[in-house]
Design a protein around this ligand. Sequence first.
Ligand SMILES: Cc1cc2nc3c(=O)[nH]c(=O)nc-3n(C[C@H](O)[C@H](O)[C@H](O)COP(=O)(O)OP(=O)(O)OC[C@H]3O[C@@H](n4cnc5c(N)ncnc54)[C@H](O)[C@@H]3O)c2cc1C
Ligand SMILES: *[C@@H]1O[C@H](CO)[C@@H](O)[C@H](O)[C@H]1NC(C)=O
Ligand SMILES: *[C@@H]1O[C@H](CO)[C@@H](O)[C@H](O)[C@H]1NC(C)=O
Length: 487
Amino acid sequence: MLFSIKATRLAALAAWLGLAFSRSTFNPEVEGKDPSHVITRNVCIIGGGASGTYAAVRLRQLGHSVILIERDDHLGGHTRTYYDPAGRPIDYGVWVYSNNTELFDFFGHFNIPLTGLDFTRITQGTQRFDLRTGQRVPPPSGDLVDAMTRYAQILLQHPYLSDGWDLPDPVPEDLLLPFHAFIEKYNLGPAVEILTLYVQGLGDILHYPAVYILKYFSLEVALGIQGGFSTSASRANQELYSAARQELDGDVLLSSTVLGMDRSYSDMQRILVQTPSGKKLIEAEKIIVTIPPLLRSLQNFDLDSREESIFGQFDNSYYYPAVVDIPGIPNGVQIVNRGADTPYNVPVLPGTYVFTPSGIQDLFLAFFGAGDVNMTENQVRETICDNALQLRKAGFDIGEPKILAYANHSPFQLFVSAEAIEDGFYRDLYSLQGHRNTYYTGAAWHAHSSTALWKFTERLLQERVMNDLNCEESGTCPGDPEDPEDP
Ligand SMILES: Cc1cc2nc3c(=O)[nH]c(=O)nc-3n(C[C@H](O)[C@H](O)[C@H](O)COP(=O)(O)OP(=O)(O)OC[C@H]3O[C@@H](n4cnc5c(N)ncnc54)[C@H](O)[C@@H]3O)c2cc1C
Ligand SMILES: *[C@@H]1O[C@H](CO)[C@@H](O)[C@H](O)[C@H]1NC(C)=O
Ligand SMILES: *[C@@H]1O[C@H](CO)[C@@H](O)[C@H](O)[C@H]1NC(C)=O
């Protein structure tokens, strides 16, 4: 059936290919017309990080064919593992997992063992400094347990936050308060340090709508801090993605990006992809987008005005982790950056949030937040080293810091204003699920947590994608329900 449809649309396809090619510097004669350059699958997944890799593996298990397009030369997204010269791994991206069924099933499928990780062990050695000056900052005063209990009770009143962005209508006022007002209202001062330390990468945390902190420092995270997280027993979280890459084999296109897209037909979407071995034309019934839905990331997509007006509202933060060799910090000491003169001593950004001991002598994880500043790699490296050198003023005998690994995880947090949330931004965003045969998952659609995203993606597959694929196979789909009028 698809075959005959393809034939009738050959002319349109050829015209479109001509158009797509004319925008690039490639020879229009070469690709698209050669059948060896056409890849036909049930589902095309764009972005091979936590969500995209999970979706690809699961869809294959559920009997559907997939192709996964990833810009980097490896899968894993925010997951990064550095190996020191002795071959010992250090995770400097995704580090810990809050427990859920999807975590144990996903790791279990690849026979990769997990182990428990107790956060409190690491935080025991914490010392606090303003890393702009080396000035020592006292620990937060007040009753931390009491404040965290109040915070957890608030989370319990909003259980839907664990599933996504299906907010009540109207959106509860508390969620829209700037976080500093939320802190004051619920007397959370003593908990701000631990909250800021965990919700790294957001930027100016005190001015975010409180809902973003509640989404990030979720009930699952609170449980993990209290009862333990999980992590790879090998301490190399990248192994999960190497195993997935091996299993997916010919269903992955690495170092590949989208050049063009045509979703104007109901049964077959076309995606033109630049790969290291030339251009490929993908034909798929459905598309799952897992990359950050910013207009600049979706440049070569065929966005309609509704998609454009929704995605165009997102703003983003910048976040950069590194592995640093810092001789001179005593074993087991974690250096936390605090502002000496800021409300709740929140650290001043751009700056290093924390130097966390990696478990290997002198090697630290440096998590660097830049807020809304797009920094160059050199600026980040220099500031991290400068932050470490400030510790000399604090009395540590610090040797020359060396950056051994660096990654740019920007754009990191995608966010909109409290007004936009109040006006139903996330309702509008979610109305795009399934629109033009395209589905979405990834942090912007839920939260920055691998396991929360696997759960979210599992539901998306079970409740939407699978149904829509299966009804098309059996010809029992209800009429196209969406697309009211374009705004
Ligand atoms: C430093 C750091 C530490 C973290 N620590 C933890 C942790 O300990 N525990 C935890 O649960 N979560 C952690 N997170 C958050 C969590 O890992 C992320 O929220 C999660 O990886 C998001 O998954 P995703 O699928 O949305 O995006 P990603 O995993 O980022 O995947 C997106 C993928 O799309 C690719 N891509 C982007 N643009 C394109 C394009 N145009 N074309 C093709 N491909 C593209 C990217 O290369 C990437 O591989 C951490 C994040 C960071 C940055
Ligand atoms: C999560 O699982 C790990 C084992 O992988 C375990 O050590 C830890 O206690 C569990 N955490 C909770 C909150 O159940
Ligand atoms: C940041 O700036 C660089 C140029 O320095 C640019 O190439 C890049 O696209 C920008 N990134 C983001 C996420 O804005």
